[in-house]
Every structure is written in structure tokens, then in C-alpha cells.
Ligand binder design. Sequence first.
Ligand code: HBI
Length: 99
Amino acid sequence: MKYEKLDAAAIDTLLTERRLWELARDGAAISRSFKFRDFGEAFAFMTRCALIAEKLDHHPEWFNVYNRVDIVLSTHAVSGLSALDFKMAEAIDRLTPAD
Ligand code: HBI
């Protein structure tokens, strides 16, 4: 399998390095919400995330309304979290200043 499913201990460790992300879906995903100046800023952010998703072949589940973007990351292939989710989260964090 390309990516192994992470266990709770590994997830806890990785989350200490991703403090702006929270566990979601009973530990099967991580999520973070963003607020931007306006819709244009939010959509520009989503466009940059989309390019990263394509490069990593790992795609977010997300919701956008006006200047808000909610992102959920999980690895469908393992029905839970893998290292790829945290790699994607790190890349997304690099796009935004720490809240
Ligand atoms: N994105 N979030 C997420 N999780 C996946 O398991 C996943 C993906 N994007 C593409 C992908 N898997 C590829 O393995 C395709 O085969 C589905």
C-alpha cells in the first residue's frame, strides 16, 4: 500500500507540529478553517491549494463561502490518516501566515 494508516500515537506526534489543525471525524481526518479578506483572496488560496493537491496527488475535501475556506484532509485509501495528509497540511500552512 502506498501509504500506511497512522495510529493514534503517530497522529498525536504529527499534530504537535501542525498546531493549527484539529482532529476530525473521530480521528480519521484533520481539519483547519481559514478566513480571508474577501472571496478573491479565498479563491486565490484555493487555487494554490489545488496546484499542491495535483502535485501530491492528494486532494482536500473543502467548503467555501465568501471569504471562508474549511479544509478536511484524510486518505481515502486507508479510511483514515496517512503521512500524506500531514504533508499536504504542511504545504497548505506554508501558503498562509500563522493565524
Ligand atoms: N486524495 N484526500 C485524498 N485521499 C486519497 O486517498 C486520494 C486522494 N487523491 C487521489 C488519490 N487518493 C489517488 O490514489 C487516486 O487513485 C484516487
